[in-house]
Write a protein that binds this ligand. Sequence first.
Ligand SMILES: NC(=O)c1ccc[n+]([C@@H]2O[C@H](COP(=O)([O-])OP(=O)(O)OC[C@H]3O[C@@H](n4cnc5c(N)ncnc54)[C@H](OP(=O)(O)O)[C@@H]3O)[C@@H](O)[C@H]2O)c1
Length: 250
Amino acid sequence: MNDAFSLADRVAVVIGATGGIGAAVCRALAGAGCRVAVVFRRNPAAADALADTLPGSGHSTMQADVTDSASLDRLAERLGARVGSVDILVNSAGMTRFVPHADLQALDDALIDEIFRTNWRGPFAAIRALQGLLERSGRGVAINISSIAATSGVGSNVAYCASKAALNTMTVSLARALAPAIRVVSIAPGLVDTDFIKGLDPAWRQEQARRTPLGRLVVADEVGQAVVAAATLTAATGCTFVVDGGRLLA
Ligand SMILES: NC(=O)c1ccc[n+]([C@@H]2O[C@H](COP(=O)([O-])OP(=O)(O)OC[C@H]3O[C@@H](n4cnc5c(N)ncnc54)[C@H](OP(=O)(O)O)[C@@H]3O)[C@@H](O)[C@H]2O)c1
């Protein structure tokens, strides 16, 4: 592989690694040569199984809950002791629930707070906790998995869309604040075929695929590809890479 596209021996930390997108991101980064820390919240067995099947060597599993900042500090301590610095941090942890946008009563305060605590405060707290390790890399990059819901305003509920818009704004603010030591970018997938959307009516999903210019939903491996691209595009910071099959154009 051309050196410019190689991530050989880089240390990557993927939070939300047991999710459909997170697992694909781990596979893509390991395939590009990274040693991957597979970070899980509730399912150590799934994390172990994933780490065991990743290409390459030097992978590990670690626990953290992004809504518990102390657990992120413990993660940073373990990473510091084990690998000393972090080249790539991927924030893929996220949550949502389907609430029709017009049903304001169903989008209660508890759900709004849970969405923002996980989808905005979580990535911020993870970057905050790993800032020193990313700086020590000398080429650190934080990659936030956002969504095209951030710009379309179409998504599982109104708060989810807003949380991803706020995440993209955080990417811009932190890219400016942390440069030149750390790059910060967002990746905005369209509808990706994972457990995240398993509650959706199959007929609706088919209709969405039909309406997408490329005629299909995005697959998780393509988000992995985008993460590798963002990690290797060394001039990119503060931007959002859209990976949606052209969905925003429809
Ligand atoms: N799938 C899509 O269509 C789509 C489209 C655009 C953007 N996205 C975004 O892509 C990201 C990943 O989505 P996905 O499809 O992979 O979802 P998923 O399969 O539901 O996985 C979500 C992951 O996030 C983890 N997680 C949730 N809350 C957490 C917390 N408080 N602390 C640590 N980890 C936590 C989950 O761990 P546990 O299982 O242990 O809870 C799980 O590993 C999300 O940010 C989502 O918003 C998804």
